[in-house]
Structures are given as C-alpha cells and as structure tokens.
Design a protein around this ligand. Sequence first.
Ligand code: GUN
Length: 280
Amino acid sequence: MIIDGKKTAEDLRKDLKRKISELKSTYNAVPGLSVILVGEDPASKIYVKNKAKFAKEVGLNSEVIRYPANLEEKVLLNKIKDLNKNTKVSGILVQLPLPSHIDKKKVIDTIDHAKDVDGFHPMNVGNLSSGYKSNIPCTPLGCSILLKKVEKNLNGKHAVVIGRSNLNGKPMTQLLLKENCTVTITHSKTKDLKAECLRADIIIAAVGIPKLVKGDWVKKGAIVIDVGINKTESGIVGDVDFDEVSKVAKAITPVPGGVGPMTIACLLQNTINCFKRSNI
Ligand code: GUN
C-alpha cells in the first residue's frame, strides 16, 4: 500500500475549509496566520509560498512578512510581540532556519505559546511530553494521521524513529508513546541502525540522508513513514529507498506526495485550533 499523503491532505483541507466558513458565521471572524520569512533560503521560500497558497485556499486570513537576511534580531522580536498582541492573528510561524546571527531559541520563546502553530515553544513541548493538551508540531502530526490511516490501533507496536530533532524526531516520539507504542529513538551515533530498524513494526525516517533505509533494513509487513526531502542529482528523494522498501513494507509514504502535503494541512488545522481556543 502506498499511503497517499496528497489525497489525505486534500481531504483534510476540504474539511478545514468547511470549518472555517462555519467559524465565520459563528464569530463573524476567520482565523489569521502570520508567517515570517527572514532571508532568501530557496527551500524556505518555496515552503512559505505553499503555506500562504493553501492558507488562502481554505479561507484563512494569512500574511507573509518578509525580512532581509541581515535583519536585526530586536526588530524580529518586536514584530513577534506586536503579533502576539494583535487579536486578528491566531497563529504565528517563523520559518526556520534563521540566519546564524539570530538566536532561534529567543525567537521561539517570544512567540505567545497560544499562537505557536509550530508547537515549538517550550510550553507546548512540555505539555506534549506530559501528555497534556498542546499545539503539536505539524510534520509529526501529519505522520501520525497517515499512520492511523493504515493502522487504527498502534498499541504495543515497536516504532523506530530515525532522527532526534526538535522539529520531527522528538515530538514524533511523544505522539507514538501516546499511542502506546514502544519507541526506540535512533540518531547519528546509534551503533547498528539496520539492526534497530529490523525490529520495527513502524519506521519513521526523519534524518535527512537520501535513501538511507534499504529494503533489507525493513521487516516484512512494517509501516514506513518517510519524512525526508533531499535534493539530489536525480531529483527530490526521501530518507527511504522507496523502490526497495516498497517491496517489503505493508505500507509506505512516497516522496514527494507523502508527508510533505500533510505538514501544511496540519499547520492550517493548528491555526484553526488556536483561533477556537482564543474564542472560547
Ligand atoms: N522549516 C522546516 N520545517 C519547518 C516547520 O515545520 N516550521 C518552521 N517554522 N520552519 C520549518
């Protein structure tokens, strides 16, 4: 089975569009999303363009605030403080990576955690790891939705997460624990990654190494979710060798068309959730 993230994201966006029009009639207002882009990173520019496009498509009030790479940190922090106070703004996203002279932690900490649609603020990270309500990072949330499409009950499954980033690996681990999985987190210093993967019922590959996971790393019948988006000479490829692994896995996400579209759909969903919570 190839897990169709593009179609799942389309269905989710349709549902969100309907929800937004309901909110409009209830509150006479629509959720607002402010996306901040600093600098000219080519991948970031594409991501932000797509975020704005889909936000508009579902009927969110969205804006992209663009700054040059030499932006003073103080200007960015003040802008975030203004957005925190602005009642028309439900969600704030600062696209990462930021230029090296800007302190990423300071930036994330400055975003009001109730408007932190990325779920990167320490308050959201802490709430997620304690099992409380929180904003959940968009990519792991998207992975989780795709996983649940294949297997509703993940109780006792052995999940192996490759990568320990704050964006993907760590929050993904929390979501899998919530689903009662036994989770192994692996990373660049893991001794025998192949052996770890071979024990997995579920593999989440989020490490940024093209085609790292091979066919003989995967147990027959495993579910494989590929978070990787790697630019290579032969085009965009994931962290999983799709041709090999699709012959062994029970279900696998393709790249492109797997996790990628879900990330943006989940961002839109998080924005709506922030709006709802602020209007209760
Ligand atoms: N850069 C790559 N992925 C993401 C993401 O999910 N959120 C933000 N803010 N920046 C990113």
